[in-house]
Design a protein around this ligand. Structure first.
Ligand SMILES: Nc1ncnc2c1ncn2[C@@H]1O[C@H](COP(=O)(O)OP(=O)(O)OP(=O)(O)O)[C@@H](O)[C@H]1O
Ligand SMILES: [Mg+2]
Length: 462
C-alpha cells in the first residue's frame, strides 16, 4: 500500500535533485568561464601595452621602467613586476604571487596567462616577454585580484541556493499532499471492492470529481450494479424454478397419497388419478426441458451458427401445431417468402417459431386466426406472428419475456404453460443478433415481430 507513495516520492525527489544540482552548477560555471575569458583579454592587452612601451627603451633599467609606468595607466593591478633578460627583478610593486615559473617561461618567448577562482576572488596573472629587435630582453608580469566580480557571482550562487531549497521543500510537500489525496481515494476504492467481495452487492462507492480515479469508481459501481442485478435474477430464478417444480410435485404426492390411503378405490377413479399423475409428470418434464434450453442459451457456448432457411423451419413448426390449432378451432394463415436465410442454429430457430405460434394458438379465441409472415430485404429477415386472441395488456408487455411470467396465471397454468416459452424465444433471438418487439393487433390480439440480420451470400456459400 505504501510502496506506491514511496516510489512516487523517490522518483520526484531524484528528479528534483538532478534539476537543482544543474541549476546550482551550470550557470555559475559558465559565468565563471566568461569572467576568465574577459580577464585573459584585458590582462594580456594591458601586458602587451606595457611590454611594447618598455621595448622602446634603450636600456631596460629601474628608472626607465618607473618612467614608463608613470605614463601608462596601470591602476587596478595588484602586482607589477618587470624582470630583465636574466629574470632578475628590475621593478616590483610587491605582492604574494609566485610568478617565477611563469616569468621563466616568458623569458623563452611564451605568453603565460593564469586565472583561478579561489577565496572569494578571481586571481589572474599574465607573464609577457619584452622583445626588442627579435630577442627577448625582459618580462612583464602583471597580477590582478578581482573581488567585486567574485562577490557578485557568489551572491547569485547564494540566491539560487536559497530559491532551490525553497523549491525542493515546497515541491516535496506538494507531492506528499498530492499522493496522500490520491492514495486515500484509491484506498476508498479498495475498501469498497472488499465490501462488495464480501457479498454486499448493494454497496456503492461515492464518486467525486471527473478524473481517471472517478472514472474507475464509476466503472466499479456499474460492475457492482450488474453483479447486484445478476445476483437478484439468480435468486429470483432459483425461487421461481423451485416453486414451479414444487406445484406439480405436490399434486403428484397428493394424488398418490389418496390412492394409497383409500382401500376401496374403484378402477375408474384409480385410472383417473393415474392420468392426473401422468399429466403432472408431463408438465414437470416440459418445464425441466425448457429450463435446460434456457441454461444452454445462458451458457453462451453456442454451436457454430449455420445458414437456416426460416421458411422450412416455419413449415416444420406449422405441421407440429396443426393438431392444437384444430382442437382450438384456430385457423393459421401463412405467407412465407423465399430466401429468408439467417445465421443461427436449427434448434433455436425452431424454438422461436414454435413458441410464438403455440402462444398465438393457445391464447386465441374459438374461430380466431393466426397469421405468420416471413419476408426479407437486403439486410434483414422479418418474422411476424399476429393473432386475434385475448391480447396482452400493455402493462404486461414489458414483462412477458421474463422467466416464469404469465399474464393470467391461472389460465396459463391450466393451459399447461410454464411461463418460460417467451424467455427462451427472447434469449435465442438475442443470441443470434436479432431483436423482438410485441404490440397489439387490430382489432384484437397481439403481434410479435422478430427481425434478424440476413445471412450474406458469403455466409450461405451460394
Ligand atoms: N399471443 C399471445 N396472446 C396473449 N397472451 C400471450 C401471448 N403470448 C404470450 N402471452 C402471455 O405471456 C405469458 C408468457 O408466455 P410464455 O410463452 O413465456 O409462457 P407460457 O405460454 O405460459 O408457457 P410455455 O410457453 O413455457 O409453455 C403467457 O402466460 C401469456 O399470458
Ligand atoms: Mg408459451
Amino acid at each position: 500500500m505504501h510502496s506506491i507513495r514511496f516510489h512516487f516520492f523517490a522518483f520526484i525527489a531524484a528528479l528534483l535533485l538532478i534539476l537543482l544540482v544543474l541549476l546550482n552548477t551550470y550557470p555559475l560555471i559558465s559565468s565563471r568561464d566568461l569572467v576568465f575569458e574577459e580577464k585573459r583579454s584585458s590582462l594580456s592587452s594591458q601586458a602587451s601595452v606595457v611590454a611594447s612601451s618598455l621595448s622602446g627603451l634603450e636600456t631596460l633599467n629601474r628608472p626607465g621602467v618607473e618612467e614608463v609606468l608613470r605614463v601608462l595607466d596601470v591602476s587596478g593591478l595588484s602586482r607589477i613586476l618587470v624582470a630583465d633578460g636574466q629574470g632578475r627583478a628590475l621593478y616590483d610593486s610587491g605582492g604574494r604571487e609566485d610568478g617565477s615559473g611563469d616569468i621563466a617561461a616568458a623569458l623563452s618567448g611564451k605568453v603565460v596567462f593564469r586565472s583561478r577562482f579561489a577565496d572569494s576572488a578571481f586571481a589572474s596573472s599574465c607573464a609577457m616577454p619584452i622583445s626588442s629587435q627579435g630577442s627577448t630582453v625582459g618580462v612583464v608580469y602583471l597580477c590582478e585580484t578581482d573581488t567585486e566580480r567574485a562577490g557578485l557571482i557568489l551572491d547569485v550562487q547564494n540566491r539560487i541556493m536559497i530559491v532551490s531549497l525553497l523549491i525542493a521543500v515546497l515541491s516535496l510537500a506538494l507531492v506528499l499532499l498530492f499522493s496522500e489525496v490520491l492514495l486515500r481515494r484509491v484506498g476508498e476504492l479498495v475498501r469498497s471492492m472488499r465490501i462488495v467481495a464480501a457479498g454486499d452487492y448493494a454497496h456503492r462507492l461515492a464518486v467525486r470529481g471527473q478524473d481517471e480515479i472517478a472514472e474507475l469508481g464509476g466503472e466499479f459501481n456499474l460492475l457492482t450494479e450488474r453483479l447486484d442485478e445478476n445476483e437478484r435474477q439468480r435468486r429470483r430464478f432459483v425461487s421461481d424454478a423451485s416453486h414451479e417444480l414444487k406445484t406439480p410435485l405436490a399434486s403428484i404426492r397428493l394424488l398418490a397419497d389418496s390412492v394409497v390411503q383409500n382401500d376401496n378405490v374403484d378402477a375408474a377413479t384409480m385410472r383417473e388419478f393415474m392420468a392426473d399423475i401422468g399429466s403432472e409428470a408431463e408438465r414437470l418434464q416440459r418445464t425441466t426441458e425448457k429450463l435446460l434450453d434456457l441454461s444452454r442459451l445462458d451458457d453462451d457456448i453456442q454451436v457454430a451458427p449455420e445458414p437456416v432457411d426460416l421458411r422450412q423451419t416455419a413449415i416444420d413448426a406449422l405441421v407440429m401445431l396443426r393438431p392444437l390449432a384444430g382442437e382450438k378451432r384456430v385457423a393459421i394463415h401463412s405467407r412465407l417468402d423465399d430466401g429468408c436465410v439467417i445465421m443461427a442454429n436449427n434448434d433455436d430457430a425452431f424454438h422461436i417459431l414454435f413458441n410464438l405460434l403455440e402462444n398465438a394458438v393457445k391464447y386465441n379465441v374459438p374461430d380466431g386466426s393466426v397469421t405468420l409472415t416471413l419476408e426479407h430485404d437486403e439486410e434483414s429477415v422479418t418474422l411476424t406472428v399476429a393473432d386475434t386472441g385475448i391480447g396482452i395488456p400493455e402493462e404486461d408487455r414489458l414483462n412477458i419475456f421474463s422467466r416464469f411470467y404469465r399474464v393470467d396465471k391461472a389460465r396459463s397454468r391450466e393451459a399447461g404453460g410454464s411461463g418460460l416459452g417467451l424467455s427462451i424465444v427472447h434469449d435465442a433471438v438475442l443470441a443470434h443478433g436479432g431483436s423482438i418487439t410485441v404490440g397489439a393487433n387490430k382489432p384484437q390480439g397481439s403481434v410479435f415481430i422478430v427481425s434478424f440480420p440476413r445471412a450474406t451470400s458469403e455466409e450461405t456459400g451460394i
